[in-house]
Design a protein around this ligand. Structure first.
Ligand SMILES: [Zn+2]
Length: 96
């Protein structure tokens, strides 16, 4: 049986991959941005490859701000980078 895997696009490099291969960041209603490894949080989302190079590119080019329509401080980015690295080191696909 064929299952259609949802595809998402990395905001940094523009490559398209299955949703579970990308790390999702989501902007909550209160404006905070967080990593969402389960892909279940509500809000505007942005996807980045499980690759620190893509995260760095998104940070240096302010792609998160553009995509999520928010402003992020240096501290926000440091927190996101930490959350992102945790997501990347966890190679297991999220359970559902
Ligand atoms: Zn990428």
């Amino acid at each position: 049986m064929k299952r259609k895997a949802p595809k998402r696009t990395c905001i940094a490099c523009g490559s398209t991959d299955e949703k579970r291969e990308l790390v999702r960041f989501v902007r909550a209603q209160d404006g905070t941005v967080a990593c969402d490894p389960g892909g279940k949080k509500a809000g505007r989302g942005a996807y980045v490859c499980r690759d620190s190079a893509c995260f760095e590119r998104a940070r240096s080019k302010h792609l998160f701000e553009a995509r999520l329509r928010c402003s992020l401080s240096v501290e926000d980015y440091e927190r996101l980078e930490q959350e992102f690295s945790v997501c990347c080191s966890d190679n297991a696909a999220p359970t559902r």
